[in-house]
Write a protein that binds this ligand. Sequence first.
Ligand SMILES: [Zn+2]
Length: 78
Amino acid sequence: MNCPRCHGTMVTDYFLDMEDSGDVWMSGWRCLSCGEVVDPLILQHREAQQAHQELIGAISQNPANKTQASVAVLSKKS
Ligand SMILES: [Zn+2]
């Protein structure tokens, strides 16, 4: 896996999951170059945000026909 910020090498690391009981370790990734930390929750959130922005972008690029733009994005993902 490459760093989303600097495209450097990322290594598996373990982090405390403070959201739950406070003593649960979860695995994630840490960038050796810039120190960027990505855990599964952050990754999931970023992917959801990116998909949402792609959908908004596709619709806004075709303001004349919103229905066709939505169909095009949905068929591309499936
Ligand atoms: Zn990095």
